[in-house]
Design a protein around this ligand. Structure first.
Ligand code: MRU
Length: 350
């Protein structure tokens, strides 16, 4: 049964978004209605909805919610409000490019509709249509990435993954986990090791939840056990998603991805990054240009609400790191598989 991470209910003027609250998983499966901009901003910031493609979709729906209250009959004023709400949503989480990119496309659409003489109500309807088209295209991208990625996985393969890049990070069957789901459909038997992914445990809470629910053999491990697992020679491939890929192929993903890539190289295990084209950022020349979100110290010092460090001790808590392109064996997107990505090869491929 499909996991509904985020969905729109109703029309543009009075509809709302329905969001699965990922902060409650794996113990509770709760969805809630999001009816205004502030609630969508809060849902994004507290990671109720998360993962690069899902953030793009949440941003696009959040914009529609933010504009429902804008009763101005003037299209120019409506476009100005679109820009304002778009900027607020885009800043809610800085690393995943899908969020600002989706909002930029929505603002441009609003401008085009206004220039064509459309009313605010018509512009709002166009923005909902665009958000729904994004949802559909991300869903299709997941299927395509799954098909390409599954070709790289033999029957009996063991996959090591980090964070959650499955159905919960997007709509459909996910990014990094899409090849696993497709391989399962093809009758291949796979085993997945899921790093717990401190400090917020997306691997243990979310990846393990969705894979177990799908009947896939999944084992969780502490992040610092990954080296020992690779050393035993028990991993066929490391597969991760991405929040932003620079022009030179450098990849930003959940903190802890870079050490996994180093370990994979050390042990001669392929390191695959699975991400839709919407995660490529042509404006970022290299990984160092990617903005890295820093989150609250309490996420590290009080994991899962348990005080784990002395009160008052600060914490280093970047939410993402950057893996240099030279450590990436292949990039898998809806267009296919690009081995050993670098700036030239990426440009030629795209
Ligand atoms: O902080 P999160 O949970 O939003 O981080 C998510 C990740 O790092 C995923 O691996 C990434 O978004 C890729 S999923 C397409």
């Amino acid at each position: 049964m499909e996991i509904e991470t985020i969905a729109w209910r109703g029309d543009a003027a009075s509809g709302h978004a329905r969001v699965l609250d990922q902060t409650r998983l794996p113990t509770e499966v709760l969805t809630f209605e999001v009816r205004d901009l502030e609630s969508m901003l809060a849902a994004i910031r507290r990671l109720a909805v998360r993962g690069a493609p899902a953030l793009g979709i949440a941003g696009a729906y959040g914009l529609v919610l933010g504009l429902q209250a804008a009763r101005s009959p003037d299209a120019a004023d409506f476009v100005a409000r679109t820009r304002e709400a778009g900027a607020r949503l885009a800043a809610a989480r800085p690393t995943a490019v899908n969020l600002p990119a989706a909002l930029e496309r929505s603002v441009l659409r609003a401008q085009r509709e206004a220039a064509a003489g459309r009313s605010p109500a018509e512009i709002l309807a166009a923005l909902l249509e665009q958000a729904q088209a994004l949802e559909a295209s991300e869903r299709a991208a997941c299927e395509a990435m799954g098909r390409f990625g599954a070709e790289l996985l033999a029957d009996g393969a063991t996959v090591l993954t980090h964070c959650n890049a499955g159905a919960l990070c997007t709509v459909g069957i996910g990014t990094a986990l899409a090849p696993v789901y497709v391989a399962q459909r093809q009758g291949k038997r796979l085993r997945v090791f899921a790093d717990e992914t401190r400090p917020l445990f997306q691997g243990a809470r979310l990846t393990a939840w969705e894979l177990a629910r799908a009947g896939i053999d999944v084992t969780v491990l502490a992040d610092n056990a990954a080296g020992a697992l690779l050393q035993r020679g028990e991993v066929s491939a490391v597969i991760v998603g991405s929040d932003r890929i620079a022009r030179n192929g450098d990849v930003a993903n959940k903190i802890g991805t870079y050490p996994l890539a180093v370990l994979a190289r050390r042990h001669g295990v392929p390191f695959y990054v699975v991400a839709p084209l919407s995660t490529l950022d042509p404006r970022c020349a290299r990984g160092a240009d990617i903005p890295i979100e820093e989150r609250a110290a309490e996420e590290v010092t009080r994991p899962l609400g348990v005080q784990a460090a002395p009160l008052g001790v600060p914490a280093f808590n970047p939410a993402f790191d950057v893996t240099p392109a030279e450590l990436v064996s292949a990039l898998i997107c809806e267009r296919g598989v690009l081995r050993e990505p670098n700036e030239e090869r990426l440009r030629a491929w795209l």
